[in-house]
Ligand binder design. Sequence first.
Ligand code: C5J
Length: 233
Amino acid sequence: MGRLVIPAQPSPFVLETARTALLMIDMQRDFLEPGGFGEMLGNDVSRLRTAIAPCRALLDIAREAGLFVIHTREGHRADLSDAPSAKLERSPPDKRIGACGPMGRILVRGEPGHDIISELAPFPGEPVIDKPGKGAFYQTDLELMLRNRGVASLIVAGVTTEVCVHTTIREANDRGYRCLAAGDACASYFPEFHEVGLRMIAAQGGIFGSVATRAEISAAFVSAADCKEEKPA
Ligand code: C5J
């Protein structure tokens, strides 16, 4: 499809589709589904669920345009050997990582709650990165995959805006990737954190990256596809 210009904050975001990946962060049952770990902690999961339809639309457009699509999941080995005590101790024993939650052991790989919600299920061939931390680069092979594919730009969506999305964008920015957060395809249990999280990314001339809406991103892809179709053979 070639070069695209997406209206964004603080300035237009230019990408080459062949060198762009869509990163879908942690759209997991335990965070998003009623009856999961997120709700068990007293969070209103409907806030996160607002990102599902925009994420779905982004996946459709990215797949259509041939972007490299990557999904992540936050979680740990069953023996918790990759979970630092500092992370485990943050919750009471019956609600911490590894305890039995409503959808199996909380944030443990292979448990039902750890899986990606069915609405956004990865397609065959789309890598799923299992990450032990908040950032998708920490102790994973994400960077290796991106380098091998020549990726220079990332469109980032998922949950939660101020935690795993933010950490991943900060990590990517430090590694030289151009990042575009798809604002309404991200969400938080805390609306104010979501809003300020997005503002922080685009502040100071785009200190960590840029922010656009899902509709702005889709429109740029659609108009590039229309242009291509209209070109004489
Ligand atoms: C959190 C995440 N919030 N995916 N995880 O613990 O943002």
